[in-house]
Design a protein around this ligand. Structure first.
Ligand code: F0G
Length: 460
């Protein structure tokens, strides 16, 4: 018999979870103004809001916490992290930051100016926010197949080279400081980018003299998909794949809260000393001195260790296998989910799940609230609320996909939790035709509104 798949770790420390009743959840979600970010964590039974900073650290990471060197300058923890980043990514220079968006803030302060264009594959919202904040424009060049959620293609996070060349050839390259390759592409459903695509984007960008920057939050998951899906990489190790991926880039921003399995942290990797030095000034201004930049020594130690653990094949197989397990349960029940499954989350297609709810009433948000009411599960809307308003016209932007994201924290929940999530969503699926109205916005921030938006239920 072929031996079944099982976790590559066992559990040594546990944290209690609290279940709740439907009347309690009704009251809590109303008090939260139907924004799941406003819920208290104890009002949530299974928290799939994000896979960011929510993973369980290993015994070695906790041991590393005790060895942290908290010197202001030149701490040994800094050099430990520098070595790990250099070994894993190949980037010779780096700056620590407190998280991914801080890395964006620092790097973009030296790269991006008003009027610039930054092409890429469906930029993440903070990335786009930092671009638009500088009065520059993020141009989405993702392949069209990414928006067909049922199309079985292995690399739906790829950049469309024709779209990219169109941007390069119709604008002065002085206005294009970089292209951003997001691996995996969170906004398009956690879909990976192939090595071939990365290579081709790099060749094309070199031809035009445009820098390649990776938004690398889930680089190891991307490498796992290259290993398991792309011809020629089956016998290449995850670490070798990672090194090759980054060899095509000039810089990377990293939210370490994802694939480096820490609760807080980030960094920027650079190939070019000049850009590193220029960015160091902004790092000191926004984050902290260049040898700690927003992180304590113990956190840098845990991050260094996490980079090694996050790039182990067995860990990635466990992690991505669990995401696929949940996806499989939902798909078997006929629920429309992005397929093939992404690396860190299952994305439920709210457009086909809730056809009766008008687009203007936020379908994916409506589904997120229903799932919370059903089982105390917290997912997140990746749809029109997240997409913000157009910065010029101030009209709502309606993305092609309205998704409910169920992001799975690393090494945190068991497959029994996944069974529970699937059962709750199947219950909502069975009563989907009774859900006809959604929500209207009462109050919103001018940018990144989804974190703080308040909503009101529209009654029949
Ligand atoms: N880039 C990507 C692709 C991300 O998914 C995130 C965060 C960031 C950058 C920003 O990093 O949170 O450390 O500042 N994504 C989280 C999520 C918040 O839930 O997907 P950060």
């Amino acid at each position: 018999m072929k031996l079944p798949f099982a976790e590559s770790y066992r559990i040594k420390m546990v944290e209690p979870l609290h279940r709740s009743t439907l009347p309690e959840r009704r009251q809590w979600i109303e008090e939260a103004h139907y924004n799941l970010f406003n819920l208290k964590s104890e009002q949530v039974y299974i928290d799939l809001l994000t896979d960011s900073g929510t993973g369980a650290m290993s015994q070695l990471q906790w041991a590393e916490m005790m060895l942290g060197d908290e010197s202001y300058a030149g701490a040994s923890s800094y050099f430990k992290l520098k070595n790990a980043i250099n070994e894993i990514t190949g980037f010779p220079f780096f700056l620590p930051t407190h998280q991914g968006r801080a890395a964006e803030n620092v790097l973009f302060s030296s790269l991006i100016k008003e009027g610039d264009l930054i092409p890429g594959n469906a930029h993440f919202d903070t990335t786009k926010g930092h671009i638009e904040f500088r009065k520059a424009e993020a141009v989405d060049c993702t392949i069209d197949q990414a928006y067909d959620i049922n199309l079985d293609a292995p690399f739906k996070g790829n950049i469309d080279l024709k779209k990219l060349e169109q941007v390069y050839s119709t604008h002065s390259v002085e206005k294009i400081p970089c292209v951003i390759i997001t691996v995996t592409c969170n906004t398009a459903g956690g879909q990976p980018v192939s090595m071939q695509n990365i290579r081709e984007v790099s060749t094309l960008s070199k031809k035009y003299g445009v820098r390649v920057v990776f938004d690398a939050a889930r680089f190891a998951e991307n490498a796992y998909f290259i290993k398991t899906r792309e011809a020629g990489y089956q016998d290449t190790s995850i670490r070798e794949i990672v090194r090759e991926m980054f060899s095509y880039g000039d810089a990377m921003t990293m939210s370490s809260k994802k694939d480096a399995i820490v609760n807080m942290g980030g960094f920027i990797g650079f190939r070019d000393k000049e850009l590193f030095e220029q960015s160091s000034v902004f790092n000191i201004m926004f984050e902290g001195f260049v040898t700690y930049g927003g992180m304590s020594g113990r956190d840098m130690n845990a991050l260094a260790q996490g980079l090694y653990e996050g790039t182990e094949y067995d860990f990635l197989e466990t992690r991505i296998g669990q995401v696929a397990y949940l996806g499989g349960l939902l798909r078997e029940a006929g629920i429309p989910v992005q397929y093939p499954f992404g690396g860190h989350a299952i994305f439920v297609d709210a457009n086909s799940f809730l056809p009766h709810v008008p687009r203007e009433e936020f379908k994916a948000q409506t589904l997120a609230v229903e799932l919370y009411l059903e089982g105390g599960i917290r997912g997140v809307e990746i749809g029109a609320i997240l997409a913000d308003r157009d910065p010029i016209t101030r009209e709502n932007r309606y993305p092609a996909l309205e998704l409910l994201r169920l992001a799975i924290p690393r090494r945190t929940y068991t497959n029994n939790h996944m069974n529970y999530v699937a059962a709750a969503l199947i219950n909502v699926w069975e009563r989907r035709n009774t859900i006809r109205r959604g929500y209207r916005i009462v109050k919103e921030a001018p940018i990144l509104r989804h974190f703080t938006v308040t909503l009101e239920k529209i009654s029949e």
